[in-house]
Design a protein around this ligand. Structure first.
Ligand SMILES: Cc1cc2nc3c(=O)[nH]c(=O)nc-3n(C[C@H](O)[C@H](O)[C@H](O)COP(=O)(O)OP(=O)(O)OC[C@H]3O[C@@H](n4cnc5c(N)ncnc54)[C@H](O)[C@@H]3O)c2cc1C
Length: 456
């Protein structure tokens, strides 16, 4: 009879939770083969951090997303589920993890899902009261309390990425004077070209926000320990709330102190099976996944982070299958993403023109903006599509879509098109379904591909 094997999972965010769920999906017989301990620093069960900006916007109560699954759900599956417990060190020679309880647990398999840390600029004002980050449910609860306080009038968001924009929308809905400050000239610069980012900026400006872009923050000033203003290149902006949203760093310190290699992105180095690496060798019983891991970009073939819940979900399948002895590898990442900002759905996949330029890839793009439904159909929305093709191979390498509807499925479809190596010619000849209530006869994506073909 097979002996039970000990699995330790560090982290109870999406990475840790999806790992558990992937094992549960394998069935009770498989689950019985493992004695699993999950340790997580934060309290409670699993949360939906992706939903927190919308709780701030008042779409649903924060309590509905602060705990999607209570610890009892996991305990009910026989998991030794330990919240508010920190893994303080990993010993790869002895296969042990030491906990904040001073306990040492021996493992057969170790899964590291230690997540992210917000990038905080070097500025002493960041420690003032009223200055927040938006990485955990607790952060969301603190921001909610601050924005609902009667004295809250002025909010400043540092950073114009998805999270910054979604939090800014919460402030605008609450009636706060809201300013977004970013060093980049247009919002969402990591996933949109400037011409597409401009559309998002115009929409959020219409909602009442002020953008100070291409500018750097000189100081956060306070009075009596509480933030009062943000100085942006000589201009002082009043601020009762400041949210720092300048990207996320991988939380790889625990792994690093165990001698596990960390790559140029700051993420844990892993092979296609998500085995971690030490001293030039991959360790086949230790895995890393989620926001703490570095993956390979499918277009540039360079290391990148793919800090999405959707990426963690795919990676959890890789980890669990390999632990079960089923060879299952992680494809290089295309990282399709969708973000709801104001009434817009903003989708992207593959690389942007800026990344292409940085990597020496010549790009030809095609862009088109058209209605989502027939011109006589009431309630149709506008949809902007930009497709990027490698000028040499003519293959699709990036896509960006902005509309008030139908973006997610299209982006996922274009993700498959990139994966299949589709060219501008093939996309321009694609058969598309048509019904005037839900689509256009001459499709916007086909038109964008045709536009690119004119320049290829
Ligand atoms: C506001 C916000 C909105 C987002 N929206 C989306 C979205 O719409 N779509 C999408 O795909 N992605 C979204 N993301 C990204 C997505 O949430 C992350 O990619 C995902 O949560 C990563 O999960 P993780 O488990 O790797 O990291 P984390 O959520 O950071 O979890 C890390 C876990 O590790 C624990 N931990 C860390 N160190 C230790 C230690 N030493 N010992 C014990 N435990 C430890 C922490 O307590 C935590 O439980 C969003 C992220 C944020 C912050």
């Amino acid at each position: 009879m097979r002996m039970t094997q000990k699995m330790v999972i560090i982290g109870g965010g999406d990475a840790g939770t999806y790992t558990l769920e992937a094992i549960f999906k394998k069935g009770a017989e498989v689950l019985k083969q493992f004695d699993i301990t999950l340790v997580k620093k934060d309290k409670g069960g699993s949360a939906s951090i992706c939903a927190v900006p919308f709780a701030l916007q008042g779409v649903f109560p924060m309590k509905d997303v602060a705990e999607i699954e209570p610890p009892e759900t996991f305990i009910g599956h026989g998991i030794d589920y330990r919240a508010e417990t920190e893994a303080t060190s990993i010993n790869l020679e002895n296969d042990t993890v030491t906990l904040s309880t001073s306990e040492e647990i021996k493992y057969d398999y170790l899964v590291i899902g230690t997540g992210r840390m917000p990038r905080i600029p070097a500025n002493e004002g960041t420690v003032l009261d009223g200055v927040f980050t938006m990485s955990t449910v607790e952060d969301g609860e603190k921001i909610a309390a601050a924005m609902n306080a009667p004295e809250a009038k002025n909010a400043v968001v540092l950073g114009c990425g998805t999270i910054g924009l979604q939090v800014a929308m919460a402030f605008l809905k609450k009636g706060l004077k809201t300013t977004l400050v970013s060093g980049h000239p247009t919002p969402l610069s990591s996933c949109l070209d400037p011409d597409m980012g401009k559309l998002v900026r115009e929409k959020v400006e219409k909602e009442g926000a002020t953008f100070l872009v291409g500018k750097s923050v000189e100081a956060l000033k306070g009075d009596g320990g509480t933030v009062k203003s943000v100085v942006v290149e000589g201009e002082e902006i009043s601020a009762d709330i400041v949210v720092i949203s300048k990207g996320m760093l991988p939380n790889a310190d625990l792994a690093k102190s165990a001698g596990i290699e960390v790559g140029e992105t700051g993420g844990i180095v892993a092979d296609q099976f998500l085995h971690v690496k030490k001293g030039g060798e991959y360790i086949t019983n230790v895995y890393a996944l989620g926001d703490c891991v570095q993956v390979v970009d499918a277009i540039t073939l360079r290391p990148r982070l793919s800090q999405y819940a959707s990426s963690a979900l795919v990676q959890a399948k890789v980890v669990v299958n390999n632990i079960l002895g089923i060879s299952y590898s992680l494809e290089p990442a295309l990282s399709p993403a969708i973000a709801a900002i104001a009434d817009l759905q903003v989708g992207s996949v593959g690389i942007t023109s800026t990344t292409a330029e940085r990597c020496g890839i010549n790009v030809v793009s095609g862009k088109k903006e058209k209605p989502t439904k027939a011109r006589f159909y009431p309630g149709r929305k506008s949809m902007a599509v930009k497709l990027l093709f490698d000028a040499y191979s003519e293959r699709l390498i990036g896509a960006q879509i902005i509309s008030e509807e139908m973006v997610a499925d299209r982006i996922d479809g274009l993700c498959n098109a990139i994966r299949m190596g589709m060219t501008a010619k093939e996309l321009s000849r694609m058969e598309k379904s048509f019904d005037p209530c839900v689509s256009l006869h001459r499709d916007v994506m086909v038109d964008a591909a045709e536009k690119a073909l004119e320049s290829l």
